[in-house]
Write a protein that binds this ligand. Sequence first.
Ligand SMILES: O=C(O)[C@H](O)[C@@H](O)[C@H](O)[C@H](O)CO
Ligand SMILES: [Zn+2]
Length: 313
Amino acid sequence: MRKVIVATPGVNEIMYSIKVECVVKEKNRIGEGPVWEEKEGTLLYVDISGQRVCRWNPVTNQIKSITTEKFVGAVVPRRSGGYIIAEGTRFAVLDWEKQTITTIADVDNDKANTRFNDGKVDPAGRFFAGTMAIEVRPAELERKQGSLYTLHPDHSVVKHFDQVDISNGLDWSLDYKTFYYIDSLSFTIDAFDYDIQTGSICNRREVYRLEKDEGIPDGMCIDMEGKLWVACYNGGRVLRIDPQTGTCMQTVKLPVDKATSCSFGGKDYSELYVTTAYEGMDSDYLARQPEAGCIFKITGLGVKGVPPNSFAG
Ligand SMILES: O=C(O)[C@H](O)[C@@H](O)[C@H](O)[C@H](O)CO
Ligand SMILES: [Zn+2]
């Protein structure tokens, strides 16, 4: 009989026999923004500095991609078909069939050197995405240049606040009353009161502060139990955070350091997909972590995710 070894509580706990697999072997400079496409059974994501929007089919293992003109921070599905992207400093429509990208709105008009980063659609179909200064090296940039924006279904744009370092992970609580947000260089996960009727946010407060060894908080998603999964850049892990108690419930380690984002997908949203980056790694570092930039699938977590929302405009 095989002996069951109980790992350090919280770290890759074997209770559910957690498995971490490298599934998308084509490397991304900065893989980001995974979104499960239920109808097609594909994973949508971006390579920010690789300037591509990609779709990976797990059955055929094929990747299809479209090149963007500038750095692309996020891609989201649109209810009427196709996608919306946050690229450079514009919101744009991406028609996958025609392979065209058309501007909807420009942001950061008062800034010379910023770009969109992470984004996500709220439960009412509004697209939230934030900006940051263009990095000199990963996580090295002019500070406080970013802002958080919403693209409403009528294509109007609202700026929520500025003074952001690296606008990153975002998601909404299951009752839509709370908006969770990460400005990476604050090393915190923050919460706001959320008004689902209007899409406005207020009453910012800190929910969790990362420990030094946990790395830089990056992309994030919520699970069916209302807990947050946070990808830790330079921390090589995802954390499961209880936003009610402000505690870390679980840590799942990855074979690479630069985890960038995560979201649930696959059958019943039971698989956690984690994007990673290789940008900024020298050849020695890359030789030690040959899977840097690949996408990983974590199974056996014993919890499911929430299906992604589509832009309503
Ligand atoms: O993925 C992102 O959100 C950023 O675009 C990346 O550049 C890194 O994650 C960042 O440097 C570390 O926070
Ligand atoms: Zn990110």
